[in-house]
Design a protein around this ligand. Structure first.
Ligand SMILES: [Zn+2]
Length: 318
């Protein structure tokens, strides 16, 4: 947990956001992912939930795990993702500071444990959990995240999405129109991108890692092409003033999303070309296809070599 974790995010200063505890949060996420089978034993006691106001009704919250999007107002509280179960109390406390109304809906951007860990707690409290249908399928059966070597158990019924959709769903809440759209075969097979139309905010889920090389979960149906398509979709929805919440990393602009898209397109095209030539994974890694991007993107939880290895596995499978 060194201060170095702070530096991979040049966007922070650009966006004018000061986050002294970001280093801890990113490091916590890293530790959790790398020690995935032991994540339940992680110490969350020092994690703090930070709230950033993005519009009159929409907020971003960060703690450990995926970034949250929160809409508050007359109609109740709508939340995107819920991190880890031990953080539910802190998340709830942070929400209570914004609104006395109950959390009506939680939308899961995908099934991964660092975005759905609080489902059981919120489900018990009466929140309606909503997700793309593949999220419910994966949460209700045994899972395996191959790249992390991590097995997951089926979630209890109370933690499962009770409303599912195939393509898209809209919420008319708090004076906003919240449009949730399925991004097929992207980071997983159940990703959703959410647009708060009036507030001009987009939550990309894990189809966007801002300032760090993204993880694409091939064993959950994820593909590089799907992530690129999701990024393109986000770019089409966004204007120059749109605030974009990534699944991981700091709040972003359209330009940040474009830089991410261009980085992923360039590196994956390079790796795909070498896969086509029949090159072995160690030779592709040794060719350093990420070299020009490492200074900006290479200090997050996926080191450059690991990222190339992951892309190789995904593109070879295709
Ligand atoms: Zn994920």
């Amino acid at each position: 947990m060194t201060q170095d974790w702070f530096h991979p995010f040049p966007h922070i200063e650009r966006n004018g956001i000061v986050r002294k505890d970001l280093s801890f949060r990113i490091a916590a996420f890293t530790a959790v992912i790398l020690a995935a089978p032991a994540f339940a034993q992680q110490d969350f006691s020092k994690v703090e939930i930070q709230t950033d106001k993005l519009s009159d009704s929409v907020y971003m919250m960060t703690g450990a795990g995926g970034n949250l999007g929160v809409s508050v107002g007359e109609d109740g509280v709508f939340v995107i993702d819920d991190q880890f179960a031990p953080l539910t109390g802190k998340i709830q406390a942070a929400i209570t500071k914004l609104s006395a109304k109950p959390v009506k809906f939680i939308l899961n951007t995908h099934w991964h444990f660092d975005h759905t860990g609080g489902n059981e707690n919120f489900g018990k409290a009466g929140t309606v959990i909503v997700a793309q249908e593949n999220v419910r399928k994966r949460l209700s059966s045994e899972g395996f995240i191959e790249f992390l070597g991590m097995k997951t158990k089926p979630e209890p019924a109370i933690a499962l999405p009770v409303v599912t959709f195939t393509r898209d769903i809209s919420f008319h809440l708090n004076g906003d129109e919240i449009r949730a759209v399925h991004a097929p075969r992207a980071h997983t097979d159940g990703d959703t991108v959410v647009q708060f139309a009036k507030s001009d905010v987009i939550h990309m889920g894990d189809t966007f890692f801002n300032g760090l090389y993204p993880f694409i979960d091939t064993s959950s149906g994820g593909t590089v092409a799907g992530v690129l398509a999701a990024a393109d979709r986000g770019l089409k929805m966004a204007g120059d003033k749109t605030k974009i919440i990534p699944g991981h990393g700091p709040l972003a602009t359209k330009a940040d999303l474009k830089a991410y898209r261009d980085m992923l397109a360039a590196v994956s095209a390079n790796v795909a070309g070498q896969v086509k030539q029949g090159k072995k994974v160690e030779d592709v890694v040794a060719s350093k296809p990420t070299a020009q991007f490492d200074a900006v993107w290479g200090k997050g939880f996926l080191a450059p070599d690991k990222f190339v290895e992951m892309l190789y596995g995904n593109l070879k499978k295709k």
